[in-house]
Design a protein around this ligand. Sequence first.
Ligand code: COI
Length: 355
Amino acid sequence: RYYTAQVATSLQSTGQSDEESIDIDWENLGFHLMPTDYMYLTKSNENGHFEQGQLNPYGNIHLSPSAAVLNYGQGLFEGTKAYRRDDGRLFLFRPHQNAIRMQIGAERMCMPCPSTNQFVDAVKQTALANKRFIPPPGKGSLYIRPLLIGSGPILGLAPAPDYTFLVYASPVGNYFKEGTAPLNLYVEEDLHRASRGGSGAVKSITNYAPVLRAIKSAKEKGFSDVLYLDSLNKRYIEEVSSCNIFLVKGKILSTPAASGTILEGVTRKSIMVIARDLGYQVEERLIDVDELTNADEVFCTGTAVGVASVGSITYKGKRIEYKERSEQTSKQLYSRVIEIQRGVIEDKRDWIVEI
Ligand code: COI
């Protein structure tokens, strides 16, 4: 069965998807897939244009065994979140940035891509159709996952003949099992996330499975996540498996420059803007792993992760500890983002999109 947006909305108004009928433990969401009611789906036509998409009940999709995404990893994903405000209004945070990033990634992966308007409209439709899953204010968000995949069959290595764009969602709370406690990171010396000329700067699905082994082994040793070094010099920090990284020293905020091997996170960009507003000097540059020893504070940023402070980083068997400060820069910056999101302070840059 295929539902249009209008049908889905009327299903909700007849009570099939009303706000009362949900029984979720909002206090203990974590970051786990909780299937929701609907997903948005559209396919490209022979000219590479995406047709008007439709909301479908959330469920499995049919794929040829020879789909390009299954055989050659021709796929991209995005992550954005829908929030509920105290007054009940629903909103997204900078979804146009995700649309643009998907377009840049699609160019890299030889895929056609939905327009910015179509992308944002699909995200809005998915959020609205699943609005009963958007947590109460302060309890989490609806994580929205747009996917662009080479779904057409292909045997030789070449771009797929056709593509599917779909968007699904799941309510989420804290990404890490640590909750809001500071993270303990492990610096990986042998495995790398990205290399020069590779796909590290785009959100290709192929960037993620290769780091699972490093994450698994770090988690077995009790660490929260892995910090990767550049593959050429094995010396400059790049990013964490699921998020970007910042160092604070006095009033200077430093983060690895987005020069081809790290993902330009939407939260990363937003934090840099806010930090400048608050009088910090922000540097995007090469950061030697040895600089970790001198930082006053280290924190991570990402859509899934939010802003997470780092309590320790272990490199070559030595654990560098970061003491919690009375005035944590990460807390100050993240509060500002949350205040913009909640409408407590003015959204001067049109970051908020109401749905
Ligand atoms: C996100 O932050 O949205 C991501 O895509 C990271 C992912 C590993 C959950």
